[in-house]
Write a protein that binds this ligand. Sequence first.
Ligand SMILES: Cc1cc2nc3c(=O)[nH]c(=O)nc-3n(C[C@H](O)[C@H](O)[C@H](O)COP(=O)(O)O)c2cc1C
Length: 178
Amino acid sequence: MKSMVMEVIKKRWSVRAYRPDPVPEEMLMEILEAARLAPSAHNDQPWHFIVVKDAGLRNALAEACRGQFFVAEAPIVIVGCADLRVARGHIGGFMDSYPVDLAIAMQQLMLVAAELGLGTCWIGAFSENRVKEILHLPPCVRPVAITPLGFPNEERQVRPRKPLSEITSLNVYGNPLK
Ligand SMILES: Cc1cc2nc3c(=O)[nH]c(=O)nc-3n(C[C@H](O)[C@H](O)[C@H](O)COP(=O)(O)O)c2cc1C
């Protein structure tokens, strides 16, 4: 059994060096479409994706990402935001669903980018207030995740993962699956 999705999952890595070459517009649109089609709680679709191409804004964002300057190397930075006016959903009545919704959409976006030979890197370390200022976000719109988008300028990195036995149980917690 050969999963095509698995092929792409294995192809993705967090790219931290980018070539300045532009991203073809059709690729960008395909990547955004992948995010648009993501599932969300109550189908709220609370997301808004800001495609930042302006070099000055990309530099400002990199600075806001605690000085992770590789972010601005890429010709595009995508900022995945949640609109709290739309994101009313709660998982099980207690947990905000919008960070989960955004995470799924961003991951779909990143996988399609990887399939097309483009690099991304989930950036979670940023100053929310600075990002809001830079992008003129209204108070009800929160940045959840940022990624550079561009052609990688580094060899593929394979980072270790825990073995399946350590992260799974059968039936009840702690009962080995195998
Ligand atoms: C919620 C979250 C926040 C992250 N924040 C950052 C970040 O601020 N900067 C960075 O370089 N990588 C960040 N990463 C990427 C992880 O470091 C990376 O996914 C992990 O080390 C596994 O490596 P891989 O993606 O190459 O497989 C983040 C990933 C996640 C899921």
